[in-house]
Design a binder for this molecule. Structure first.
Ligand code: ATR
Length: 273
């Protein structure tokens, strides 16, 4: 039986994961099948069980099932426990191993692909939802000088500060608290890249030479990236590299082979105009 993998979500037809993993398999000579699997909103667990019964070896998990995937895991790895959510599952006998590679994918994209070292830098994350939660520890491991989190509802940012206090010191608040501060790396981990809303960022928030990074991908110049450009930022990026890098982590975890991400990123990149 061929080793089967899939990305599971609802909806799922937009997913680039089958293309990415298909290219990885081709390039590394791995024989596997990777498809898109749409689970009913009330049928995540049953869909996973039937996939396993048909030879499923692993799944990528996307919205809205990242929390349910955590609940069915028998062995959540540190990345999943820290994020409180799962984006990759591996089936080994009766065990369901779970990881969250989003944060590592983000860090690898920033450092390896965009050539921006995080050590000693001032990093600002806009947003305090699931995407931020997954990014905190992988970012902190690179030893930035500061990790600040700003959110529309400041209380949610303060909640993250409390949750992570044993691991990392976070500076948290609302957008108005950023007045007078500037950052070398500014990440938009809110969902505004999808809704086309703008964030109330003070004008000086981007330090000279800053990187502005939008975590969503394929949306062109989002309001956040436009704001960065208007503030004179030259280095802007969307999340296409993060998407491919997290996929590469999952592929290596499942198959034991590290795929080259560069050609796949080049294939998926849409110019930011
Ligand atoms: P995800 O899992 O993708 O992070 P989420 O948990 O729903 O999604 O979080 C969405 C984030 O986008 C939150 O930080 C949210 O801010 P609030 O916590 O204040 O709701 C942020 N967000 C969404 N729309 C926004 C907007 N129009 N302006 C500012 N922040 C917004």
């Amino acid at each position: 039986m061929i080793d089967r993998y899939a990305v599971i979500g609802h909806p799922i037809s937009h997913s680039k994961s089958p293309l990415i993993h298909g290219l990885f398999a081709q390039a590394t000579g791995q024989t596997l099948e990777y498809t898109a699997l749409e689970a009913p909103l009330d049928g995540f667990k049953a869909t996973v069980e039937s996939f396993r019964a048909q030879g499923g070896r692993g799944l990528n998990v996307t919205l809205p099932f990242k929390l349910q995937a955590f609940e069915i895991a028998t062995d959540p790895m540190a990345s999943a426990r820290l994020a409180g959510a799962v984006n990759a599952l591996k089936f080994e006998g009766d065990r369901i191993l779970a990881q969250n590679f989003d944060g590592l994918g983000l860090v690898n994209d920033i450092q390896r692909n965009l050539g921006v070292s995080l050590a000693g830098k001032r990093v600002l994350i806009c947003g305090a939802g699931g995407a931020t939660r997954g990014a905190i520890v992988p970012l902190a491991e690179q030893k930035p000088a500061v990790i600040a989190i700003a959110n529309r509802s400041a209380d949610k940012a303060h909640g993250l500060k409390a949750d992570f206090s044993a691991l990392v010191a976070l500076q948290t608040g609302g957008y108005e608290d950023l007045a007078g501060e500037s950052f070398d790396v500014v990440l938009n981990a809110t969902s505004t890249g999808l809704s086309q809303a703008a964030l109330p960022l003070p004008t000086g928030v981007f330090a000279p030479g800053a990187l502005a990074y939008e975590l969503v991908y394929g949306k062109g110049l989002t309001p956040f990236l436009k704001q960065a450009q208007a503030a004179g930022v030259i280095r802007i990026a969307d999340g296409v590299g993060m998407l491919v890098e997290q996929a590469a982590e999952a592929f290596e975890w499942w198959r034991g082979v590290r795929p080259d991400t560069q050609p796949v990123i080049a294939r998926l990149t849409v110019p930011l105009v």
